[in-house]
Design a protein around this ligand. Sequence first.
Ligand SMILES: Cc1cc2nc3c(=O)[nH]c(=O)nc-3n(C[C@H](O)[C@H](O)[C@H](O)COP(=O)(O)OP(=O)(O)OC[C@H]3O[C@@H](n4cnc5c(N)ncnc54)[C@H](O)[C@@H]3O)c2cc1C
Length: 467
Amino acid sequence: MQWQRGTVRGWGGAVGGESDVVRPTEISAVQEALASDHGPNGIALRGSGCSYGDASINPGGRVLDTSRMNRILDFDPERGVAVVEPGVTIRDLWRRSIGDGYWPAVVPGTQQVSVGGAAAMNIHGKNNFAVGTFGDHVRRFTLATPTGELLECSRSENSDVFHAAISGFGMLGCMTEIELELKRVHSGRMRVWGIPTRDLDDNLSMIEDLRESSDYLVGWIDMHATGDALGRGQMHRGVQFREGEDPDGATLLAADRQDVPTTLFGVVPKGWIWPGMLFARQLGMVGFVNAAKWRAGFGEGHRSPYPQTHGAFHFLLDYVPNWQKAFSPLIQFQPFIPFDAAPRVLRTLIEMCHKARLLPYLGVLKRHRLDKFLMTHAVDGFSMAMDFHVGGQARRHAVWDLTQRMAEVVLDAGGRFYYAKDATLLESSFERIHGRGAVEQFRALKARLDPDGVLQTELSRRLLGRG
Ligand SMILES: Cc1cc2nc3c(=O)[nH]c(=O)nc-3n(C[C@H](O)[C@H](O)[C@H](O)COP(=O)(O)OP(=O)(O)OC[C@H]3O[C@@H](n4cnc5c(N)ncnc54)[C@H](O)[C@@H]3O)c2cc1C
């Protein structure tokens, strides 16, 4: 087994450091790595490294990177059930399934995410309100634990571990084989509406009005707008075609028809866009760009609905390669707020950003529902993801201070947080988010499956301590 020293960072580039990394290709090598002589910082599990913050980094320790365990072991085209190794990406998965009329039931904003990382974080999509989280579509997985066991976990076998490892941010063992069910699609595209929204209340009430009749809903928020326009933005609504509704849609059920284009307007290479975005940020034009985007939303509103492939609808962020470089180093802060408190709390959070003069360059609103996973981030309510450029020491300090103050407002309202997007929460928040009972249950499982505390990350040390 070869450990290679290198720099391992969170996706946003704001946190990271030197680690010894191993990239196994077989389960036996995963077990060997977990049993190896590790130092006080143990071993972090890592999929594609798409968590914005410190969830899959381990400065001063070891990292087990699953990206080379990337075989699709089985796909049943009748039932849409796949058995995969953990490093298979969402892109690998849909490319295999779309020809048979199946699409992953839950996908994030980038297709680079691995199935192991998606399950461990229990990721959500723009359809969380309708179909639940990624874990809701996992049927079973095999978990290699630091005690050397290979545990089979499902809703009926080791159900406690099943419900804790999904959402357990890689703390209980390494998922080495995952079985999941995909959803039927009858066309390679769907109907999409882009609808401008006046303010925050308009955004929130539109989601409520449309959610019974929509498959996907996501709100973009112009975080720079103030006064009566505070919280304005644009809602994107996706509705799938039912069987027979889109006669031409079947031809788009081909992997190559779903890939995101590599040029803008068919001419400009997409790789040229991020330097333009960087320039706009450096010139202080992000507010202007947001306002222009909001106005352009009216044109899109007039053209709506329009057909769009699944790939183009879901993976907008993959359209612009390396876009994060324009805002890097960056962190994302995504609080989840119960329904009744959401209008007040979201407004307060936006106002706090304005007061601190630290405006997120991006704000994204989603509707969520509860789930059964132990370390869940879910609420019956809304989340608002806010992306902050971090920059130098002074700005970093200010962003950390602001997000920690905002976290207090969210926790006081009974809200939760999502560790895939976190870099700044304090240890004291952990029990407030999950409640003492859930935390004790999680710690007991950790003590049983990983008694020596082998599995660690910067995130786990920040929130759980070393215990
Ligand atoms: C541009 C962008 C858009 C995104 N959009 C969304 C979104 O819409 N919705 C959403 O929910 N998330 C979103 N995310 C976050 C992303 O989905 C999560 O961070 C996801 O967990 C990343 O998967 P990964 O394979 O990169 O895992 P990593 O980031 O490498 O790891 C994530 C966690 O999983 C653990 N882990 C990894 N592999 C295993 C394994 N085999 N067994 C056990 N534990 C393991 C790690 O220890 C870590 O705690 C987005 C991220 C980006 C960069």
